[in-house]
Design a protein around this ligand. Sequence first.
Ligand SMILES: [Fe+2]
Length: 330
Amino acid sequence: MSTATLTGTTLLTAAQNKLGYESFSIGKFTFERDEYFAHIIYPGNRHIMPIEAFLRALMRDVAWGFFYGTVNFDNVFGTINHYGTVEMYIGLNNFAYRNSHREYVETFQSKDLKKFFESILANWTNEGFDPFAAPEETGEAYGPKRGDNLQAIQRERLAAKRFLGLPGDLKLRGDAEGQPVNRQFTDVSQEKPELHPEQGFESEVHAVNLFAYLSRSDVTWNPSVVSVVHDSLLCPTTEEHILPIIHGNDRVEWFVQLSDEIIWDVEDKMTGAPVCKVTMKAGDVSAMPADIRHRGYSPRRSMLLVWENNDGTLPQRYASGEFKPYPVEF
Ligand SMILES: [Fe+2]
């Protein structure tokens, strides 16, 4: 296959390969796919990832806008968010690559790389495969190019003006749209909270059953922001199977396990050396430190509340040592 050679952040796509997939180049990186694998070609070498794992990770990186800190697609390839620009790297957070000076990094404007990733996702996601869905709830990513699934990968994030269900605002999922309760959440109560607003405040006061709301989520590992108070973002999410990325924190991140169980592998952020395993059962709370990377395993669909601090000064303050990487000294 011939691939266009490009410089800077210009985006071009080469001709389709014989399987029907386009290849994509940005900077000195080129991305190609075949039936089973994504090939990431960079000066001097090539990294390879299973296509399903690559698309699931790519979907999160796009949907989360590169998220906080580092999104490791695996132990070699990933992105680091600098909030305006993004580093895309090979081996930057891998002890063996760093030790033998085999890492490779380029910096892009966030909006350019996001657009670039969206193009790959659109072309490489086949009909019937939803990278947001749990493996048991979606078709296969493999094989020659077969249609697309733009509906799944271009989900729009909905934002309430004041509160879900208030007059004139978004309707609660499941009330009007008829989004079904997930197959693994049929035991979740769908009861509505009782409301007793004072006279005159009927259109100001509202409440929803968050468990019922989450039981109808059709995506996994995709936090929804449900409240914003200054820099405090409460982001509940439903999880099943494996977190598709290994997240490297650039600040402390709090987890509240709302239902079922998630097992976390926690590693050193820079080297990937194992630090600990954390098993979180319903009701458990943890503060994931600012200097780790982690990947969660959810054997059943579960509900997790992620509490993020959106203060833009934090990455630098943790990196400089002004703050300890953990929130509490016992
Ligand atoms: Fe994290």
